[in-house]
Design a protein around this ligand. Structure first.
Ligand SMILES: Nc1ncnc2c1ncn2[C@@H]1O[C@H](COP(=O)(O)OP(=O)(O)OP(=O)(O)O)[C@@H](O)[C@H]1O
Length: 319
């Protein structure tokens, strides 16, 4: 399970506003990738374009050997079935029980008998830890439960690709930690290709295989997690280090002279010592990866990741 998505030279504008241009990347089959970026850089637009809800101006998106930017609406409909999408607010119907919300795509897109629908819905509710909440309405449950219900709904058609739009928004750090564990467990169980849009650096440190960063209408970087955390690109360092100094400002773009001055101050700080200087992201890159929890079967891919993590643990502890 899990298919590769290959994006080549993708550009999207709304009228004269270019959102991003010439974006190229490959989301490897079955891996978890995270897309970071300051607010308003078009991360949600990117997800919507990948799933064919928005059409790019230029470029190609190859999914399972087909360029979805060239498909007609009815062909797109078929390709969309490969995708499960977790929208920011879970996008649940407020007047429907969780059970009916989660059953919705099955009843809409398949002709499965109700007994089969029930079996699948309960299986997915079990995967996300929602058994017992079938009859609840979305308004009666917490934000974290709504996210999990949205996730169960994204899973019912057994997608090859799951897109998560800020799954951690509005959740407290403990719930984010549970959700991250759930995402890793689901990746190990389903083998699907995951793309997660988030602002949360802590999640980006622990969860993905790959990280991308959108900034100033460009994909600044996309690559293996460790490579990004070791990067000395000012924008990558500033974003991953969560610092105010650097190219990213409150209004997203800063005056070049101000950026130069801040970077010079940072360099001076680094020479004075590690406190407040650059290079903090290097240490963060050593954060261990989150592994599937106990009892979750590990595919060979996850076995390999666990072995790698164990080896780097030994190196760090010097045993
Ligand atoms: N349908 C649309 N029509 C016109 N402009 C749009 C449309 N959708 C998004 N935009 C614009 O595209 C830009 C990027 O929006 P997007 O929601 O993708 O940003 P984002 O990176 O996901 O932000 P955040 O992290 O704050 O959620 C914004 O300026 C937004 O106003």
């Amino acid at each position: 399970m899990g298919v590769e998505i290959c994006v080549e030279g993708l550009t999207k504008s709304f009228g004269s506003q270019v959102i991003w241009q010439d974006v190229s990347l490959t989301l490897p089959a079955g891996e978890i990738s995270v897309m970071l970026g300051p607010s308003g850089t078009g991360k949600s637009v990117f997800l919507k374009t990948l799933v064919g809800l928005l059409r790019p101006d230029r470029g190609a998106i190859n999914v399972a050997g087909r360029d979805i930017t060239r498909l007609r609406e009815h062909e797109l409909y078929e390709v969309r079935r490969l995708f499960g999408v977790l929208f920011q607010d879970g996008a649940l119907f407020g007047s429907m029980s969780l059970f009916d919300n989660i059953a919705f795509p099955l009843r809409e897109h398949t002709r499965k008998p109700e007994s089969e629908v029930r079996r699948i819905v309960l299986e997915k509710m079990d995967m996300v830890g929602l058994i017992g909440a079938e009859e609840k309405l979305p308004g009666e449950i917490s934000g974290g439960m709504r996210k999990r219900a949205g996730l169960a709904r994204a899973l019912v058609l057994d997608p090859e690709i799951i897109l998560f739009d800020e799954p951690d928004s509005g959740l407290d750090p403990v719930r984010v930690a549970y959700l991250n564990q759930l995402i890793v467990d689901l990746n190990a169980q389903t083998g699907a290709t995951f793309l997660i849009v988030t602002h949360d650096i802590a999640s980006a440190r622990q969860v993905p295989d790959n990280i991308g960063l959108l900034f100033r209408r460009e994909l600044v970087m996309f690559g293996p997690r460790k490579q990004l955390f070791a990067s000395d690109e000012p924008v990558v360092e500033q974003f991953l280090g969560g610092r105010m100094q650097g190219p990213i400002g409150m209004a997203e773009e800063k005056d070049a002279a101000q950026v130069e001055q801040e970077l010079a101050e940072l360099d001076a700080g680094e020479r004075r010592g590690p406190q407040g200087g650059k290079g903090a992201t290097g240490a963060m890159g050593d954060t261990p990866r989150l592994l599937p929890g106990p009892g979750v079967p590990r595919s060979p891919r996850w076995e390999e990741i666990a072995r790698r993590e164990e080896r780097s643990d030994r190196v760090v502890s010097g045993t």
